[in-house]
Design a protein around this ligand. Structure first.
Ligand SMILES: C[S@@+](CC[C@H](N)C(=O)[O-])C[C@H]1O[C@@H](n2cnc3c(N)ncnc32)[C@H](O)[C@@H]1O
Length: 337
């Protein structure tokens, strides 16, 4: 994954896509790197099956390489649902926190979210953004017909987006429903600062506000038609307090939507690819993040539907409905008042 990081940060995939097929020296020249490194990286990527040899030659200097359209989408298209390269941006942050992580394993403590760094935050933002952009307004909210109707109607509806991170979900809601006002909340200062910039860049700064606030803190009671939490409940030290606060925020007849990892209903070993992926995040990031602040419930990435149902019931909800939305990574829960 770090060899992909090198190719991404140095613009090597971009150079391959724009100038390929290329020889080692052509890539070195167009990307501005040393030829010896260009050769080794190209050979490694081709052996790993990430790029292709376009024209074989016994003389390594004359061999040509290219990036096929499939991998090019994964590496270079930030609008695509297949844009997966941001996942590798998280690796340096995971490595940098290892000393703190080992201590946490020994003493039961946690690691603060901000310690994983800006690259890590950008990794989550860029990984989730295409889903928000392509699916939130066209598939996820329309799966709740009453909410979809309300967000299009007058007087303008209000939406609270809890644990909004860098704001792409709030921005996507504002874009899909031009009448609504969205308030995004997060406890990470860096995320809120970036979210404000993202809103301005996206031209929705008059529709969206972002505030540094704990999800469990009380807000305007019964003020919102929709309260959302995307991939954040499992990261929280006190998910029940957050859900209780979300229940207080929503108006009578409004909706609370939680999207979280589509993990299996029960533990099974060995697990499928998604379960392996989610546990990988859990042991290195989500569990220690959720163990940092008291009460440090430490849910971890693998929040099973049963766990969310228990949290929702403890927070005073009468039930949980799983929405019929097909999705590779997330499951969508509507919490019933
Ligand atoms: C995996 S990120 C998801 C961010 C965003 N919802 C998205 O999907 O891109 C989890 C977010 O939860 C936020 N978070 C964790 N605990 C929180 C709390 N108690 N109150 C508000 N936000 C919290 C983190 O700061 C982080 O931005």
């Amino acid at each position: 994954m770090l060899s992909i990081y090198v190719g991404d940060r140095l613009g090597l995939y971009r150079a391959l896509a724009e100038h390929g097929p290329v020889t080692t020296s052509q890539l070195a020249r167009s990307a501005g790197i040393h030829e010896r490194y260009a050769r080794e990286w190209l050979e490694q990527q081709a052996v790993a099956g990430l790029i292709e040899v376009a024209a074989e030659n016994a003389d390594a200097a004359r061999r040509q390489y290219r990036l096929a359209p499939g991998p090019a989408e994964v590496m270079l298209d930030p609008e695509s649902l297949n844009y997966l390269v941001p996942i590798v941006w998280a690796i340096p942050g995971l490595a940098a926190t290892l000393p703190a992580l080992l201590s946490a394993y020994r003493d039961g403590g946690g690691v603060p979210y901000e310690d994983y760094g800006e690259d890590f935050r950008n990794s989550i933002a860029a990984s989730n953004r295409p889903m928000f952009k392509n699916q939130l307004g066209s598939e996820w909210i329309p799966a709740m017909a009453d909410v979809d109707r309300r967000l299009r109607a007058d007087p303008p509806a209000r939406v609270a987006d809890v644990g909004c991170g860098t704001g792409w979900s709030s921005i996507a809601i504002a874009r899909a429903y031009p009448k609504v006002r969205v308030d995004g909340f997060d406890i990470d200062e860096g995320s809120i600062a970036t979210a404000r910039k993202n809103a301005t860049k996206s031209g929705v700064e008059n529709q969206v506000t972002f505030e540094l606030r704990d999800a469990g803190a009380p807000g305007q009671a019964a003020a919102y038609d929709l309260v959302t939490a995307f991939e954040t409940i499992h990261d929280m030290s006190d998910p029940v307090a957050a859900l209780r606060a979300m229940r207080a925020l929503v108006a009578r007849g409004g909706a609370v939507l939680v999207a979280d990892e589509r993990v299996a209903e029960a533990f099974t070993a060995p697990g499928d690819e998604l379960e392996r992926f989610m546990y990988g995040w859990s042991v290195l990031h989500c569990l220690p993040v959720g163990r940092f602040d008291p009460p440090a419930l430490g849910t971890g990435t693998v929040m099973r539907p049963e766990t969310l149902r228990r949290y929702a019931s403890d927070a005073g909800f009468s039930g949980v409905e799983v929405l019929p939305i097909e999705h590779d990574f997330w499951r969508f829960y509507r919490l019933l008042q």
